[in-house]
Design a protein around this ligand. Structure first.
Ligand SMILES: [Zn+2]
Length: 266
């Protein structure tokens, strides 16, 4: 973009966790890492996200509070958006899931492929997409979760095919956001398929299969990341040219870096 004088480089650091499975002992270090990154880089340059399976009912703290302890920790960590994993969606009945998150979570629960069977709609405490503005960058988020359709049906949910859900929402978001990030609790194989087949995505932050990509994987124009599990914290930085004039097309990636802070696991 050199020479046009119209585009300014915007850098945003995405910090993402997934599959913590109620390992509460790891969470203070993650919260500290995020707080330090915000202090170093500025809160408008950091976006902290959780990609699901934060809770696990094997934990007495989770079981004893029906997941509310996890939501309190997500709040205290300063997580800015969350997609439910199968441990949230399938091990808590819908009314318990609502009680844990609705009115309690101080972040949007973003999921585009779960609908209530009774209404056919996404519940009022979830949103399929969410746009967060950081600096001059409008970041469009889409959440999707592993569609165990038969199990979800037994609980009163309709789990839609996730890649179709992403395709529809990415097309919608493209006009409202400079960068489209998918929070994917689908697993690496589907993340790779999504990157190859679904247009309109820039970054996929993945979980569910506990894959740790030490370096983000580049598939075409899409950056695929995965933070492992339990006590892994990844920080991925993407530089993007922000649109400063109207009508420009999708901004190209200028550079990407990645840094990891992995607390030792007990
Ligand atoms: Zn999972």
């Amino acid at each position: 973009m050199a020479g046009t004088g119209q585009h300014e480089l915007e850098r945003i650091t995405l910090i993402h966790t997934n599959d913590l499975h109620s390992h509460f002992e790891a969470m203070p270090r993650i919260a500290s890492f995020i707080r330090v990154q915000r202090e170093l880089l500025g809160a408008d340059r950091v976006l902290a996200l959780d990609i699901g399976d934060h809770l696990d009912r094997m934990s007495p703290e989770t079981e004893g509070t029906d997941g509310r302890a996890n939501v309190d920790v997500l709040n205290a960590t300063g997580i800015e958006a969350f997609v439910p994993g199968n441990n949230e969606g399938l091990t808590l009945a819908p009314e318990l899931l609502r009680a844990a998150f609705a009115g309690r979570a101080r972040f949007p629960v973003v999921c585009a492929n779960l609908r209530e069977a009774s209404t056919g709609r996404i519940p009022d405490w979830m949103t399929p997409t969410h746009v967060i503005v950081k600096g001059k960058l409008r970041i469009g988020l889409i959440g999707v979760t592993a569609a165990f359709a038969d199990y979800y049906r037994l609980l009163g949910w309709i789990a839609d095919e996730p890649l179709q859900a992403v395709a529809a929402r990415a097309a919608e978001l493209r006009g409202q956001a400079d960068i489209v990030v998918v929070l994917s609790h689908l697993g690496l194989r589907l993340d790779e398929q999504m990157a190859a087949e679904v247009p309109g995505i820039d970054v996929i932050l993945g979980g569910h299969t506990h894959h740790l990509l030490e370096q983000p994987r580049q598939i075409g124009a899409v950056t695929v990341c995965g933070a492992g599990n339990t006590a892994s914290t990844r920080a991925s930085s993407s530089s993007r040219t922000a649109r400063s004039g109207g009508g420009s097309s999708k901004p190209p990636a200028a550079s990407r870096t990645s840094a990891a802070a992995r607390p030792t696991r007990k």
